[in-house]
Design a protein around this ligand. Sequence first.
Ligand code: OFO
Length: 167
Amino acid sequence: MLSKTVQAALNEQIRIEAESSQVYLAMASWAEIQPGINNVTEFFYKHSDEERMHMLKLIHFVNERGGFATVPALPQPPLTFPSIKHAFAALLKHEIFVSESINNCIDIALAEKDYATHNFLQWYVAEQIEEEALARTMNDKLELIGDDKSGLYLFDKDILTISIAGA
Ligand code: OFO
């Protein structure tokens, strides 16, 4: 059985995963109307789906442990970006925030001696290591490319292999 404190922390994490999904969905929609970055667009759509999966996994866990997972209201995410580089910088910043939030849930689970939740959250810890590393790789590449259009063309081709390797 989940304590009220752990349940509240996990419901907050559900909200954050749902928000992540919305944030990346907005990035996908923006990318889709930019010329020539079809794979970047696909990457954002896929990432949005993954975040929804992270949210669902938490919802099932909370309900299976005798709690009640609450579906949150969400604010409108940023809709446009000055450049692809800005969008990926926002993605990295957001993933770092998510990692901190997972760590906070783990602190709470340990303080409540809830080892089942602690164990469950290890999956998210591993996932965040991968996602942060992937986001850093992309930011590094975009830094190198600068304003070079042919570099961006290659980045769009590259993102398929980077995201498959990091998935
Ligand atoms: Fe990328 O955030 Fe979920 O866990």
